[in-house]
Design a protein around this ligand. Sequence first.
Ligand code: ADP
Ligand code: ADP
Length: 245
Amino acid sequence: RPLLEVTDLVKHYAVRGGVLRRQVGTVHAVDGVSFALGAGETLGLVGESGCGKSTVARTVLRLVEPTSGAIKLDGEDIAPLSKTALRPYRRSMQIVFQDPFASLNPRMTAGDIVGEPLTVHGLATGAKKQERVAELFQQVGLRPDQMKNFPHQFSGGQRQRICIARALSLGPRLIVCDEPVSALDVSIQAQVINLLIDLQRKQNFSYLFIAHDLAVVAHISHRVAVMYLGRIVEIADKHELFANP
Ligand code: ADP
Ligand code: ADP
């Protein structure tokens, strides 16, 4: 059984306009998307800007409410679950965004940022939490003495490492990466991608990996899904996909 099985996912956004904010139209952002993702597997999601990649990623995590469709995590459909019922599933699904600076609280130390999910879920406090955060820092190639520093004291690549450490903190089954290296210098991109690959080899979670750069997607993914106008138009093993252009 796959870790994640998405069936006929649809997301229509209401478009509002005018001073009364009346609904003036509908955007069919995702229009019947189905795919499965195995444990320890990486599925790349590619396609031109606006084709619905981010909406798929955010809907799978229920950060965006699906219009219809099933999102099965370990066989359990999480699409109809209430926010409360969803809580235990949230722990096992994390997201890493494109802009690491925007997703980090500038007034929190890096250590507090990485340890925050542990606090929110009541999993560790005090020395035990510090120890776990130090371990996460090491896993992503940061030094534990950097825990006391604030986001602006890190480089772009290091800030993305902080985001990755936070995503790892609860031992996720699935990490959604939404253009995680697009905002980084090209020389840093490969380092972060190789870190992501290395972490998966050791910890065996799955990635749903969005990027517009085919070389990046081809490097990290096992299979690639190509989206166009809200649908997956091709899904294949990456070797097949790039063998038949
Ligand atoms: P290569 O680096 O030779 O192009 P791949 O990137 O296809 O090889 O595979 C890298 C590793 O990921 C291999 O150890 C392979 O067994 C594993 N792998 C490949 N496809 C999958 C998959 N669908 N799910 C889980 N692991 C996979
Ligand atoms: P991609 O990630 O492939 O660039 P998105 O999922 O961001 O695509 O967007 C798909 C479509 O949905 C686009 O037409 C976009 O303008 C629209 N869209 C995205 N978010 C919203 C929103 N909150 N409200 C209305 N339309 C949206």
